[in-house]
Design a protein around this ligand. Structure first.
Ligand code: SF4
Length: 345
């Protein structure tokens, strides 16, 4: 019998897939044991500052689509709109500009700070961190020290894709390695910068690869305790090279991944997000009964998924997010980036 409290092997986790409905039920029970009936969301804005990129990940539909680079004024304008809407967070990521160094990324943080001193800045993927460290000839540790001085609050744990190097070699050969990803995330934590963790699944990887990925995330969390949430991201197959070889996972697979993530990461990571942008609203509602306890943010714009064929739109208001949660039979709670409840007068 499967005992959740003990060290469990990859093989034992794989065994759970033999009874998928039991896996979904188990995940729901574990989620409720940690979060009760509460489901969280965040009022935030995504800002992609450029789609130009020197990398060529095979699953990417975003790179070089229109070749834009936002000016500092444009970034500040978007932050202003975000604060007017009541956002508690801006999430900032972009493609890799050839010469972008630490100073360049700090100037983006400064643009945000010029508008608001208190909005939380959740920014720059582990890949961007490695890129700026290389371009500036400084250590990852130093990069975080400098970014923190300029107001970085937390880092998205993106660029993780699947943390198995054979898979990375096939889908994103020029991206940072598994070892580097782990090092960047742990170095962020060492510098007092929390991160999320993600997994992009549903392309050429196996269930075994997914479980290995989840166990790496769990291992980091056991060491540092500074991963705020885990976000499974289904592969989107439009307008990219990988999409010519394989197609997006179906909805039942999405639910099983959410459930497996909940079971493997229990109890270390209490928050599992079902992303409405990637999964669509109805599937997200189902996911709230299969292990997920968060539905992400208002976003206000989301260029990356849109380029890859997402039909879920670019913006959901705070009221819409609340009604999605309520209609799924859960109780909505607004949170900030670090999962503290937000109280509005
Ligand atoms: S996923 Fe990111 S790093 Fe890879 S090509 Fe796209 S923008 Fe560049």
């Amino acid at each position: 019998m499967f005992d959740i409290g003990l060290e469990v092997s990859v093989k034992e986790y794989l065994g759970l897939l033999k009874d998928p409905y039991n896996l979904l039920k188990m995940a729901n029970e574990l989620s409720e044991s940690l979060n009760g009936n509460r489901v969280t969301y965040v009022v935030n804005r995504n800002i992609n500052f450029t789609d130009k990129c020197i990398n060529a990940c095979k699953f990417c539909s975003f790179r070089n689509r229109s070749g834009f680079i936002l000016t500092h004024q444009e970034i500040a304008g978007k932050v202003k709109e975000a604060t007017e809407y009541g956002c508690t967070e801006v999430c900032i990521q972009g493609g890799l500009l050839k010469k972008a160094d630490v100073e360049f990324y700090c100037s983006i943080l400064d643009s945000v700070k010029s508008v608001s001193d208190h909005i939380h800045i959740h920014a720059f993927s582990p890949m961007e961190i490695v890129h700026m460290a290389r371009n500036s000839g400084v250590s990852i540790d130093k990069v975080f020290e400098i970014l923190k001085e300029h107001g970085l609050g937390s880092m998205p744990g993106t660029a993780a894709e699947i943390l198995v190097d054979e898979i990375r070699h096939d889908i994103c050969p020029d991206k940072l390695t598994t070892r580097e990803w782990v090092e960047v995330v742990k170095t962020a934590h060492k510098n007092g910068i929390p991160t999320t963790a993600t997994m992009m699944y549903g392309h050429i990887e196996s269930w075994e690869d997914r479980i290995k990925h989840l166990l790496i995330i769990k291992g980091i969390q056991q060491e540092t305790g500074m991963i705020t949430e885990f976000i499974p991201l289904p592969f989107m197959d439009q307008n990219n090279e990988l999409g010519k070889m394989t197609s997006s996972p179906d909805g039942f697979e999405d639910l099983l991944v959410i459930a497996m993530a909940r079971v493997v990461l229990y109890p270390e990571i209490p928050n599992i997000q079902a992303s409405w942008v990637k999964m669509g609203i109805k599937l997200v509602q189902a996911a709230l009964h299969c292990g997920a306890n968060d539905i992400g943010g208002t976003l206000m714009e989301e260029n990356i998924s849109k380029a890859a064929g997402s039909v879920s739109g670019e913006f959901l208001s705070k009221e819409m997010l609340e009604s999605i949660i309520r209609n799924a039979g859960r109780e909505p709670v607004e949170r900030d980036t670090l999962y503290r409840p937000v109280r509005r007068e």
